[in-house]
Design a protein around this ligand. Structure first.
Ligand SMILES: [Zn+2]
Length: 289
């Protein structure tokens, strides 16, 4: 606690000292952009496996295990890493690992991988008490953030203008957070992260799920958000890209470990464009801009 206060007091707008913070908040017009971050979820129950679902003293690990029916969580779950975008109307967009993991399909992964039996076996051995059900051990998620009822989601043809976003602008606030990560027992990586950037013209968010199963495939589920100053909606663009490694023979394998570099080489499998419209608190009226 003391340390936290010391760190917080050293944060100044123009001072050179800028130590890592475990939370921060930035105001932009009618918006507040804030995050919290902390250590990873512990891998053992702190109550000696006596936690009961729904009870207030339930440990953080058990809260996850009770809420998710996954036989295994990713190696690293950053359960306290949360990004929140809130509007003065009450509208709220949030990114958290729990909601993302709720969308991992609890069913057998339809992917033939030489290593998978070995991999499952090692997980099984680590947890002999439990019968390991088939599950999507790639932790693939189609999570696109969590919105409250202050936001109405509509399909749109309007796309995010990437040229506008590439325009040079001062960056007033930037942060990136990892929500979960798993190294697939040294057979690749599965990671979900989110980053936010606030500029004078608006804000931009990129949430990225990156999966690489070595020698098998690469998948990227990106969700981009763009809010332009003065408008009453945020554009959301979800893109699922993937390719089998055998389709990527023309690409230098060095790029396989770099999501930014490999993304352009992966064909788009699906794309969804939506508008997140900010609605007023007490009615379904859209907030005027
Ligand atoms: Zn527990």
């Amino acid at each position: 606690m003391e340390m936290k206060q010391i760190i917080q007091t050293q944060k100044t707008d123009n001072g050179p000292v800028r130590l890592p913070l475990d939370n921060e908040s930035h105001s932009f017009d009618d918006w507040t952009i804030s995050y919290t971050k902390s250590h990873i979820l512990k891998s053992v129950c702190t109550n000696d496996n006596k936690c009961v679902a729904g009870e207030p003293n339930c440990c953080e690990l058990c809260v996850y295990n009770f809420a998710l029916e996954l036989p295994h969580l990713p190696d690293m779950v950053f359960h306290k890493n949360v990004l929140v975008i809130s509007h003065k109307s009450g509208a709220r967009l949030e990114f958290n690992p729990m909601d993302a993991l709720k969308l991992v399909r609890n069913e057998k992964l339809d992917l033939k991988v030489a290593c998978s039996d070995e991999w499952k076996g090692s997980r099984q051995a680590a947890d002999t008490q439990e019968k390991v059900k088939p599950f999507d051990w790639s932790f693939t998620t189609e999570y696109t953030g969590t919105v409250n009822d202050g936001i109405r989601v509509e399909k749109t043809d309007q796309k995010i203008d990437m040229f506008k976003l590439m325009k040079r602008e001062p960056i007033h606030f930037y942060h990136d957070l990892t929500l979960f990560e798993d190294e697939l027992h040294d057979h690749g990586i599965s990671v979900l992260s989110v980053k936010v950037r606030v500029m004078p013209s608006g804000f931009y968010i990129l949430q990225r799920f990156f999966l690489r199963v070595d020698h098998v495939l690469i998948r990227i589920n990106d969700t981009r958000f763009h809010y332009e100053k003065g408008s009453n909606y945020i554009l959301r663009e979800y893109t699922h890209r993937e390719a089998k490694i055998e389709q990527l023979r023309h690409v230098p394998p060095a790029l396989f470990t770099s999501p930014n570099e490999i993304a352009d080489h992966l064909p788009v499998i699906s794309r969804i464009n939506e508008k997140l419209i900010i609605v007023a608190n007490d009615s379904e009226q859209e907030v005027s801009s």
